[in-house]
Design a protein. Sequence first.
Length: 440
Amino acid sequence: MSRSQTRLRCPDTVNVLLLGTGGREHALAWRLKKSKRLGTLWVEADANAGLTEIGRVCPEPINDMFRLVRWCERENISLVVIGPEAPLAADYATKLADHPKRVVFGPSKAGAQLEWDKAFAKQVMRAASVPAADGRVFTDAEQALAYVETRVDGCVVKATGLCAGKGVVVCKTIAEAKRAVEDCLVRKVFGDAGATILIEELLDGPEVSVLALCDGQSFWILDPAQDHKRVGEGDTGPNTGGMGAFSPTPKATDDLLRIVQRDVLVPTVDALKRMDIPFRGVLYAGLMVTPAGPKVLEFNTRFGDPETQPIMARLKGDLVELCWATATGQLSEVELSFDRRAACCVVVCSKGYPGSYPKGLEITGLDEARATEHAPGEEIIIFHAGTTRKNGQIVTNGGRVLGVTALAETVERASALASEAAAKIHFDGAFYRRDIGRTL
């Protein structure tokens, strides 16, 4: 961001381009549409069916920066909101902010390196004394295999690059660890993203996601969420991009959040400052709450998916104003609050996920799901993820298809209501976890 954009005031009417096509982006778009400042909301041409219902489709290819920038100028785009990690790693934040009256919500490529290079993130955490799992970085398969032989208590093998949530393998045996190492360094399952791996100690405890808005100087910690990564009920089976999430979580006490701000967020951002990397956007700390205190499992540099769905369902602030303030160093001047109700998102998936899965299957029951009987003060919101339109019908187009989200007085009630609504949605092979928010 240029110096001239620092302290740039938010216009009364803001045309927004939202990058990203999944469930996280539908939740962001849903909240952006409630802003009193929103002018026109634009979305990508290949966005899911939910996004294209509430936003206008950008006619230019997102991967052609020259044409995209020219289009932003023609359409008076004042704010670009970047949802997924790939455009952040490609430095869209810097390229699209190269205009005196346009700002971008999302960190630069250098800031996003906390996510797209786990080896770099580990270096930053060590330099800042951030509590995290012990780990070592490898590029040589033989050395990595020799190392896992010493890990009698299990380990976690991570491809250091971007793998769409699938590059992390929790290994409880040496044999599992060897397979994970060979997948990355020998079989090249993740391509260049797995050319360098990180092997970490296996931590024990509940996982908590703490997301904070950061404007380069100040933080605003969002109400925490807790997600369920394993595909099977009871937290069994392989890791996924996320089978569901809920907010708030009883695991994230006020004391825990103070520790996270003091020991994780502040030293990490300060370490980046010393490297001349001002961080503006969402700093997402995936934490394991161990008996020794919270430890960082990984950083993301954008809203998580599916954590964004319950967080946006509960957010009461103006998201256009929040994104603008974050991008321009003015977080201290905006208001942010959350609904006292709890929210739970249950993800409906395609058969075969997180492995291969079919596409193009007709989805029915969406209206019935929204009409699920609920008490006054309760709500049901269906966020699209892997969907598209074909011949006038909404069909599947991904592994995680829909995020059925409910608001209710308690997490338990929100979980039950979301699960009841999810049961009314049908396509061949559809499945979801019925214990989201109940396995704490």
